[in-house]
Design a protein around this ligand. Structure first.
Ligand code: SAH
Length: 464
């Protein structure tokens, strides 16, 4: 039976918004039929116009706001709507933190079937000053009327909009991007043209060690030459004494992937350094490194607290990246084993261990779901197991191994509450109890939510 949707395209409706989607659009219902409307907030009353009707839902546009949410605010960024990098600037920061907590609670109940009378989902830990937090800028370069522009792709297009400041970016990075663009313009540098696959400069990337004050500048270019190299380097380093490293990455392909395979240091050091707490990290042009170090510390401190280490434990850190969590935990554990699929990240992890004089951490390259079962067969088991998987969550084989291995404690760090909820259900069915979930706001003004969850074996939970 074909059910006709209760709304029609181009028609107007008076609605009350109930919720926000993961993308930050308002959700209203007409006869139970959901309509997604950008820029609307829960509890708001508005007239909307339906713009597209699909089988089970529709999209609409906000026409007239009749009652505002107490959490509505004016987005401070002048290019908020064109850019699309942030989704929640029209909501007060307090409102964003509440929304993120609610989102986590909702999916834990709906997808994870967790009974929230037994699991504490804490209020989201936010930033005191939730602006200028990003330590990495990665901006496309283009040409307009003969001059260079550097900024962002306008939403759903490949037109580059020039931008002098991004409000969630470290202002030092904005400054550097502008200056590099201006210096390049002086020497007549040609921007890459995507359609014609001609020109030279594709992207400018800037990384900043917030604690050390060291900066790296990366030119991503189509070819491996570097016109006016000496002059450009001289101008950059004269203007910014905190620049410690200038790198060229060559990407000759017709692709929208930013980086190519060849990376050359053209001036200064291969690495810049930064600290999270008292752990020091060497960051190269291609290393993964958290973009909000202040909140990363908050997240890892929570992971450390949930690990409840006494100094005698063996810990496994699955999906360890450059070993950030492993090194954080190593100081309070007997031994830490980290596993990660990207070989370069493991090289970084080993270097970072050495840099910090940490000798009780061991790192292996491979899939967590293959390496950890192998370790288990070889007799390596963990008292505490930490996972920090990508958005798709943990592999089933890994969850099965955890259930067999029975570490007393599992600390689950997650960037996607949906897959966290799914995996918690599997672990709950396999003998674990989720005690606490702590949402942490790593990316203020965007729709991202990071969480740390603490699980213990049911038999342990009873004796607490
Ligand atoms: N814990 C790290 C990185 C977490 S991001 C930190 O906080 O910095 C998730 C990591 O999982 C990425 O580094 C990614 O390369 C890695 N990864 C993805 N799939 C994997 C798999 N099947 N096995 C091991 N690592 C994997």
């Amino acid at each position: 039976m074909k059910i006709k949707p209760p709304v029609e395209k181009n028609e107007y409706y008076d609605v009350v918004f109930e919720d926000l989607t993961h993308e930050g659009a308002g959700v209203a219902k007409v006869e139970g039929f959901p309509i997604f409307v950008p820029n609307a907030l829960p509890e708001e009353k508005a007239q909307i116009k339906v713009t597209r009707v699909k089988k089970g839902f529709a999209f609409g546009r906000l026409m007239e706001l009749k009652e505002e949410s107490p959490h509505r605010t004016d987005a401070p960024c002048p290019i908020y709507k064109q850019c699309g990098g942030c989704q929640l600037q029209h909501m007060t920061y307090e409102g964003q933190l509440l929304f993120k907590q609610k989102q986590v609670k909702d999916v834990l109940e709906r997808i994870g079937k967790l009974d929230l009378s037994n699991v504490t989902v804490h209020p989201t830990l936010g930033m005191e000053d939730p602006w200028n937090y990003r330590n990495k800028a990665q901006v496309p370069v283009g040409e307009r009327e003969g001059g260079l522009v550097a900024g962002f792709y306008q939403q759903r297009s490949h037109d580059i909009i020039d931008m002098s400041a991004c409000l969630i970016q470290q202002s030092k990075n904005d400054e550097a991007v502008q200056a590099v663009k201006d210096i390049c313009a002086i020497y007549g540098v040609k921007a890459y043209n995507e359609e014609r696959h001609k020109g030279w400069l594709r992207h400018i990337m800037v990384r900043y060690g917030v604690v050390t004050g060291e900066m790296m500048i990366v030119f991503i270019t189509r070819t491996n030459d570097f016109p006016h190299k000496a002059k450009i380097i001289e101008d950059i380093t004269a203007k910014f004494p905190h620049v410690k490293s200038i790198v060229q990455n060559i990407n000759p392909s017709k692709t929208n992937v930013i980086f190519g395979n060849e990376t050359n240091v053209i001036w200064g050091e291969e690495y810049i350094y930064d600290l999270i707490g008292d752990v020091k990290f060497a960051i190269s042009a291609r290393s993964f490194y958290q973009v909000n170090p202040e909140q990363t510390k908050v997240l890892y401190d929570k992971a450390l607290e949930y690990a409840e280490l006494q100094g005698e434990e063996t810990v496994i850190d699955a999906y360890c990246g450059i070993g950030t969590i492993s090194l954080f935990l190593a100081k309070q554990a007997k031994k830490v084993y980290g596993v990660e699929i990207v070989p370069e990240a493991i090289e970084d992890a080993k270097r970072n261990a050495e840099l910090n004089g940490i000798t009780n951490a061991e790192f292996a390259v491979g899939e967590a779901e293959t390496v950890i079962p192998k370790w288990y067969e070889e007799g390596i088991t963990a008292d505490t197991l930490v996972v920090d998987p990508p958005r798709k969550g943990c592999d089933e084989a890994l969850l099965r191994t955890i259930i067999e291995m029975k570490p007393k404690r599992v600390v689950y760090v997650s960037c996607n509450p949906g897959t966290l909820a799914r995996d918690l259900r599997v672990l709950e069915d396999g003998g674990y109890t989720t005690l606490e979930v702590q949402p942490v706001d790593m990316f203020p003004h965007t729709n991202h939510v990071e969480c740390v969850a603490q699980l213990v074996l049911k038999e342990e939970a009873g004796s607490r």
